[in-house]
Design a protein around this ligand. Structure first.
Ligand code: KIV
Ligand code: ZN
Length: 501
């Protein structure tokens, strides 16, 4: 029987540390629920001691998830462990994840601590956390640049003090697959007690080797992999979950290892993360990029038509890519619509939400000749912030000529509808200015982009707006409409709602 590899997803912690990838609490909850559906074993929901916001999202996610271990990161200090414990304790299977650096560079310049002091901190912090929950992970930050003899002592101390998982990070993405294989073997064969705990891989992608390093460590015998959806994370990111899982799936005889992941949920999870952070998946991204299954050259097309396996090692169905065929139209009724959503895997839509979605679908049918699965997915992801909105778009009128425009925007705020007319350089600029006036705030526009969801002139336009307020962290808003100006306005209002709620 093949070995079971646990998937530890850190999209909500290490992933969120990537510049511009901060998420709203509602989005974090939505993503955590999707990760549970995907079948990950552990979700690192945040770093509870780092902020009130992180604490609240870890605590809420721990309470909401029913089958998944929820972890919070903590430094090797009592106050961090207390916060982490408070946040995860209501979870079905809480974990505290303690980290401390073990490389000479980090100990001397960052921690300013001797080896003995570091060992003492590991012992004290792991024992203290163990008095609170039974599942404790210890990470030796910068393990790959640590001296091996000392790293072994650090891990032995953690295991003796109660750690159930020891993690071997390549924190700066410096090492190669052969080196990480060798390091994992070293830990497995030389650390006393290593056979009683899970050994874990955590690789960063600075040299583009994170997934290769992780798979090499699986070959070396580790039993947990840490990764993020779409590989988002600090600097060049972390090892990508979907690439590791499909690597293991596609080469079962090579790795003789499997995961609990429902691969059919991969595409939806990757799209959700991309929608939340407002960063498109690169077309050549392995597994989920738009070109991952496209065959351009005639020779390849001919081969694939004759036998798929000539040029395809994975199938789009395996990761749940919806066929982009026309599925429903103007004459489809609510029953057909809701049955179709179920076929697409959306089983838990409330009747109230279904009602709203159906109205939007009908509106879309009026302006778009044919509605495809991609359009329906765009409508669904448009609904993610519908509760507790401060501002909702009612209507807008734009009057423009080259270089100058007027926008009249009507926005509902509580029971009141405010209409403001503003002048700007173009339709988008004037509309955004009008929204600022309605809210009485001046937002800083960090980025704005628009792309089409599907092909054709009547395709839905999907806009992203990155906004910040008073020098704070930027958030991403998203809007979808067949009218690109409207999609921009909706995206701006979405970002405003996130910043102000
Ligand atoms: O990269 C790293 O070393 C980390 C640790 C906190 C596990 O993210
Ligand atoms: Zn990391």
């Amino acid at each position: 029987m093949s070995r079971q590899i646990k998937i530890f997803d850190t999209t909500l912690r290490d992933g969120e540390q990537s510049p511009g990838c901060s998420m709203h609490i509602n989005e974090k909850i939505e993503l955590a629920l999707q990760l549970e559906r995907l079948g990950v074993d552990v979700i690192e929901a945040g770093f509870a001691a780092s902020s009130e916001g992180d604490f609240n999202s870890v605590a809420t996610i721990a309470e909401r998830l029913k089958n998944t271990t929820v972890a919070s990161l903590a430094r090797a200090m009592i106050s961090d462990i207390d916060r982490a414990y408070e946040a995860v304790r209501r979870g079905v299977s809480p974990r505290i994840h303690i980290f401390l650096a073990t490389s000479p560079l980090h100990m001397q310049y960052k921690l300013k601590k001797s080896e003995d002091e570091v060992l003492r901190l590991i012992e004290e912090s792991v024992k203290y956390a163990k008095s609170k929950v039974s599942d404790i992970e210890f990470s030796a930050e910068d393990a790959s640049r640590s001296e091996r003899a000392f790293l072994a002592r650090a891990f032995e101390t953690a295991i003796k003090s109660g750690a159930t998982v020891v993690n071997i990070p390549d924190t700066v993405g410096y090492c190669t697959p052969t080196e990480m294989y060798d390091l994992a073997r070293f830990v497995k064969e030389n650390v006393k007690g290593a056979d009683k705990v899970d050994l874990s891989a955590h690789n960063h992608n600075d040299l583009g080797l994170a997934v290769a390093n992780t798979l090499a460590m699986v070959e070396a015998g580790i039993s947990q992999v840490e990764c993020t959806v779409n590989g988002i994370g600090e600097r060049a990111g972390n090892a990508a979950l979907e690439e590791i899982v499909m690597g293991l799936n596609t080469r079962p005889y090579l790795y003789d290892a499997e995961t609990r992941i429902n691969t059919k949920e991969i595409y939806r999870t990757c799209k959700l993360v991309s929608n939340i952070i407002g960063v498109n998946i690169h077309p050549t991204k392995p597994i989920v990029g738009a070109n991952a299954f496209a065959h351009e050259s005639g020779i390849h097309q001919h081969g694939v038509l004759a036998k798929k396996e000539t040029y395809e090692i994975l199938s789009p169905e395996a990761i749940g890519i919806p066929e982009n065929k026309i599925v429903l139209g103007k004459h489809s009724g609510k029953h057909a619509f809701s049955e179709h959503l179920k076929e697409m895997g959306y089983h838990d839509i409330s009747s109230e939400k279904m009602e709203e979605l159906f109205l939007e679908f009908k509106r879309l049918c009026d302006v778009k000749k044919s509605v495809s699965n991609k359009d329906i997915e765009a409508l669904l992801s448009n609904k993610k912030m519908e509760k507790n909105l401060l501002y909702t778009l009612i209507n807008f009128v734009i009057n423009c000529k080259k270089g100058n425009a007027y926008a009249a925007v009507s926005i509902k705020c509580g029971d009141e509808v405010k209409t403001v007319i503003e002048e700007g350089d173009g339709p988008i600029d004037s509309a955004f200015r009008a929204i600022d006036v309605v809210t009485g705030r001046t937002f800083m526009l960090c980025d704005y982009g628009v792309q089409s969801v599907s092909e054709g002139q009547d395709a839905l336009g999907e806009s992203y707006v990155r906004l910040s307020l008073d020098g704070g962290a930027a958030v991403t808003g998203r809007g979808v409409s067949t009218d690109v100006i409207e999609s921009g306005i909706l995206a701006y209002i979405d970002a405003v709602n996130k910043l102000l709620i």
